[in-house]
Design a protein around this ligand. Structure first.
Ligand code: CA
Ligand code: CA
Ligand code: ZN
Length: 151
């Protein structure tokens, strides 16, 4: 059982009391006792935001950039913005050219095997008509063969 400590009749919370070789130390700030959980860093992608490594306290809800809870940060500070999509039309796998692999992804979409969504959809819809179909595939093939370039 932890002895109850009072100062001028006021009970001091257990978390603020430290006993050492018969001497009682009272820590000034209960905020110094945080229950921290680490969140690992996550790299942002084109579709999802990422975050830096940080520690959060389940007690007070504050966030810190260090495991000693010395440097408090705001929720905005931990977020890493989504990457900007710099892919060119039709270059789904982002290797700088329209190739067989890109065509395969578009074919899979048309056959409803593996539908393309979000940014991928926009990249594959090379004629910007809101649908991915044989016309887009033809334009990509023409670009690949050097008949008619998309870019
Ligand atoms: Ca490509
Ligand atoms: Ca289209
Ligand atoms: Zn806390």
């Amino acid at each position: 059982m932890f002895p109850k400590v009072t100062v001028n009749g006021e009970a001091i919370p257990e978390a603020q009391v430290v006993w050492e070789e018969g001497i009682v130390f009272i820590t000034a700030d209960i905020e110094a006792v945080h229950d921290l959980t680490k969140t690992e860093a996550k790299k942002p992608t084109i579709t999802e935001t990422g975050n830096i490594e940080y520690w959060s306290c389940s007690g007070c809800g504050k966030l810190f950039s260090d495991d000693a809870a010395k440097n408090e940060i705001s929720p905005d500070d931990v977020i890493l913005e989504k990457l900007v999509d710099t892919r060119k039309k039709g270059d789904l796998n982002n290797n700088g050219k329209i190739d067989a692999s890109d065509l395969l992804q578009v074919k899979s979409h048309i056959k409803k095997v593996k539908p393309l969504e979000g940014e991928d959809f926009k990249i594959a819809d090379v004629d910007d008509n809101g649908a991915i179909n044989a016309a887009d595939l033809l334009k990509m093939k023409a670009h690949m063969k050097g008949v008619s370039y998309l870019w």
